[in-house]
Design a protein around this ligand. Sequence first.
Ligand SMILES: Nc1ncnc2c1ncn2[C@@H]1O[C@H](COP(=O)(O)OP(=O)(O)OP(=O)(O)O)[C@@H](O)[C@H]1O
Ligand SMILES: CC(=O)N[C@H]1[C@@H]2OC[C@@H](O2)[C@@H](O)[C@@H]1O[C@H](C)C(=O)O
Length: 373
Amino acid sequence: MTALYRALGLMSGTSMDGIDLALIKTDGEQVVERIAAGSMNYSDAFRARLKQGLVDARSITQRDERIGILEKLEHDLTLLHAVAVQDFLFAQGLSADDVDVIGFHGQTVLHRPDDALTVQIGDGALLAQETGIDVVYDMRAEDMRHCGQGAPLIPAYHAALAHNLEQQPDMPVVFVNIGGISNLTYVDETGRLAAFDSGPGNMLIDQWMELHGQGSFDAGGALALSGKTDAALAAHYLGNAFFTGNQRRSLDRGDFAVPSIGVVSVEDGARTLAYVAAASILQSASHLPQKPRSYVVSGGGRKNAAIMSELSALAKAEGVVVIDADSAGLDGDSMEAEAWGYLAVRSLKGLPLTYPSTTGCDTPVSGGVLVKA
Ligand SMILES: Nc1ncnc2c1ncn2[C@@H]1O[C@H](COP(=O)(O)OP(=O)(O)OP(=O)(O)O)[C@@H](O)[C@H]1O
Ligand SMILES: CC(=O)N[C@H]1[C@@H]2OC[C@@H](O2)[C@@H](O)[C@@H]1O[C@H](C)C(=O)O
């Protein structure tokens, strides 16, 4: 039997709502045992600093540049991850010795795949020092050196999950992650893998809510459910070149702009953006190798009832079943964090993290930087 590693994945996603943590036991191949998961929310003040970081990052031309507040932000973000790890281990009754490796994503502050530039802040050496645990980080860069788009990386993990589901969904199955940005992974009976980002997920909804002083997200999709879809606004988003272009693989937060205030009512805006989140999944799925038979949905967007009802209706019209990841025996909140633990182990073993069919790289590519504690 191949060695199993206890891997702790840490994800700070594009929504910038906090840090997700997940401990798994895995061989980095077919074996995945989910052990525990947790999260630590960012304060409003820290989230505001992250947003400033995105602004400052716009002038980066070399991926190790840390302009404006980015140097201090990277340091503080890393220390917050160290605190999240310590709190998580304490809550689980574990210690650093119980973890073989941390898979550290950090925070994406800039993603320009067309310029082969992707920047995640997060200091792997500092995290290893603070936690006393080996850290694998910076897992997107090597893919870009091989002409890949540096994202999405979760498909390798989805492929492993497809073999581990308690209830096998109808194949081909598509894993749908509705985060700030959404992405799709297609897996069929032959093990064929295809993946790409599919469009805006929650990020426009979150920005729309903030613009109207209605908090940072549409809880349960309640506001959206009280509005109606504005066809012209929806068509504006769904007509974006991303959906038709042949380089359509990965997205940056900046690729879609929130509607201006007053274009539609706040309720109709929330509904329209929920519709766009759902419809862009279907629109992108039309580029998959074959029509899927089921969607397994994870990410915070599955808690927005307007997104889910739009998605279910659109999928039903195409004969595709929508399943919540949790009802498939998975954890829809911590899947990305699990993936980063899994990918860290693959990195240790020199196994590919990405494939030509997932990021567009020219050959299967491993990656990640290891820092020993
Ligand atoms: N109860 C809820 N009701 C509605 N929406 C929710 C709820 N909880 C979370 N969300 C949405 O999900 C978002 C967070 O989702 P998630 O954590 O999957 O994103 P992320 O991992 O940061 O993004 P990405 O996958 O793009 O990196 C929040 O910003 C919010 O919009
Ligand atoms: C550059 C970057 O951080 N991209 C994220 C983002 O958030 C969702 C989507 O866009 C995906 O491509 C990716 O994250 C996931 C976890 C991934 O790489 O698989």
